[in-house]
Ligand binder design. Sequence first.
Ligand SMILES: Nc1ncnc2c1ncn2[C@@H]1O[C@H](COP(=O)(O)OP(=O)(O)OP(=O)(O)O)[C@@H](O)[C@H]1O
Length: 254
Amino acid sequence: MTPSTTVALRATGLSKNFHGFLAVNAVDLEVAAGGVHALVGPNGAGKTTLFNLLSGFLQPSTGTITVFGEDVTGLQPEQIAHKGVARSFQITSLFENLNPREHVELALQSRTTQGRKFWRSEKLLGRFTDRAGELLDLVGLAELAEKPAGLLAYGQKRALEMALVMALDPKIMLLDEPTAGMGIEDVHRTIELVKKIADGRTVVFVDHNMHVVGSLADRVTVLQQGRILAEGTYQEVRSDPRVITAYLGEASNA
Ligand SMILES: Nc1ncnc2c1ncn2[C@@H]1O[C@H](COP(=O)(O)OP(=O)(O)OP(=O)(O)O)[C@@H](O)[C@H]1O
């Protein structure tokens, strides 16, 4: 990163100690504003724990986190969300009986002062219908806007989750394994979608699929046993002997 690059997200000396086990160990991470930054590493490397720390779902044992220079260490997830950081989850958490349009309208409304009054405000929800339509169009769900979420295919549910994150209009998006469990077609569609939504935002994502990492990331951080093992472009890290050894070690333990 050049000295003039704006840092969107910075972790300094970040650690998480679970009863004596350091799942994240003195991590220093800089995510450039406008970049697409991948976190990779063998199973148990600490990627999810780091994500949970960055989004406030876990509190660090030591270290600090800043968002565009502002210290957010110790804030709760909703407070970090207010600073413009939104995260998606690996596990689907949709309401089976609500359709995609209703989901997105609720997410849009949650950003407003009416956020906690959704059960009383049918009329207000209507205000969000146009924007909801745009977001569903963006993620390729326009045709399925009225179908109960419980009846959507897996890839469609994941696309809806992406629309829900977008509804929060975050400056920084944290995507937890956006292609996990997807077939090849959905993987391709998701790569294109992330490229679109990354326009004008900062994206940090975790993914095990190296094709996805190579297609999307302009910067890759490799974690191993809670520490940063390597960092650079995809080309740089994939040819780094330490990274190759770490992944081969994992394969031989499988
Ligand atoms: N709440 C917890 N209590 C104790 N240990 C934990 C807890 N959460 C995670 N760990 C441990 O911390 C280590 C890192 O876990 P983490 O889930 O962050 O890894 P990961 O890189 O996301 O792995 P994967 O690729 O398998 O999702 C693992 O050894 C895990 O068992």
